[in-house]
Design a protein around this ligand. Structure first.
Ligand code: UTP
Length: 288
């Protein structure tokens, strides 16, 4: 199947991160580190691995450290060079010139609204969306797995994972159709349903490949769950007119918008690091 390639990614980072206050009063949630790299950098690395070229950040007030993170840091680099320090540690933070764009969402009106703010830069191309606080960790990145599925199926794709039914009310949930390997047809979507109304226990987990038509749907989208303009509602309206598939990610997902998920991600990644695993294993014994 010939499909338009996915060259652009949107990173909505304009949320207030209220579940992580007071840490997120002056620091964006997306800049919180997992071991020694901020969440946003893992998401950008995942996009690069999937062949994506242009990174579009939808930011808001107080988010300028994200721009600084992906910029050159003249004094730091100069000083490190003069002290013979290895600069390769900064490699992932230096995006190619012209390969990142920033747009402002003036008010946090919801994820759907944040995506819509990037409409002019997206133009008429399919694009990827990354929610950086959903940390997806696998041997092959989640978006790379999704791009492979997209090359086969085209249309729109969501990454999903199975959770306990009692927890579905905090998430976007899919109404699943036929399954074939890691792919499941999506027949419907509902944002934060009551447990008894949830069509399944498969939740959308922070990665999307979308056709540009979603921007026109978002244009007229009214506020939904939580008074926010929801991406899930706009996608739900497109089902029937466009192909929608869910991809089950082969890897681990950590919900770093929640404190327990964030701590687990730090622990899991530290245990994979040769320079840290022994120390962590040793001190953790004291606490369990
Ligand atoms: P979340 O609901 O997880 O983030 O939105 P939040 O609102 O920052 O967090 P809490 O619930 O108050 O703790 C998912 C993603 O969408 C972005 C967030 O930055 C996050 O990456 N978002 C959300 C926006 O960019 N704009 C919005 O209006 C809402």
């Amino acid at each position: 199947m010939t499909v338009k390639p996915i060259r652009k990614a949107v990173f909505p980072v304009a949320g207030l991160g209220t579940r992580f206050l007071p840490a997120t009063k002056a620091i964006p949630k997306e800049m919180l580190p997992i071991v020694d790299r901020p969440l946003i950098q893992y998401a950008v690395d995942e996009a690069i691995e999937a062949g994506i070229e242009q990174m579009i950040f939808v930011t808001g007030r107080g988010k300028s450290t994200i721009e600084d993170h992906f910029d050159s840091a003249y004094e730091l680099e100069h000083t490190m060079r003069s002290r013979d320090k290895d600069l390769s540690i900064l490699d992932g933070t230096r995006l190619k010139p012209g390969n990142c764009a920033y747009v402002r969402q003036q008010e946090p009106l919801g994820l759907g609204h944040a995506i819509w703010c990037a409409r002019d830069i997206i133009g008429d191309e399919p694009f990827a969306v990354f929610l950086p606080d959903e940390f997806m960790h696998g041997e092959t990145g989640c978006m790379k797995q999704m791009v492979s599925a997209y090359e086969e199926k085209g249309g729109n794709l969501l990454s999903v994972l199975e959770i306990e039914k009692e927890k579905v009310s905090s998430y976007g949930v899919i109404d699943p159709g036929n399954s074939e390997g890691v792919l499941t047809e999506v027949r419907g979507l509902v944002e934060k349903p009551a447990i008894e109304d949830a069509p399944s226990n498969l939740i959308i987990s922070g990665r999307y490949i979308l056709q540009p038509d979603v921007m026109r749907t978002l244009e007229n989208q009214e506020a939904g769950s939580g008074g926010e303009i929801q991406l899930t509602d706009a996608m739900a309206k497109m089902i029937g007119n466009q192909a929608f598939h869910a991809v089950t990610f082969d890897g681990n997902r950590f919900d770093c918008g929640s404190k327990a998920g964030y701590l687990e991600a730090n622990f899991a990644l530290a245990m994979e690091r040769e320079d840290l695993a022994d120390d962590v294993r040793e001190f953790i014994k004291k606490y369990i």
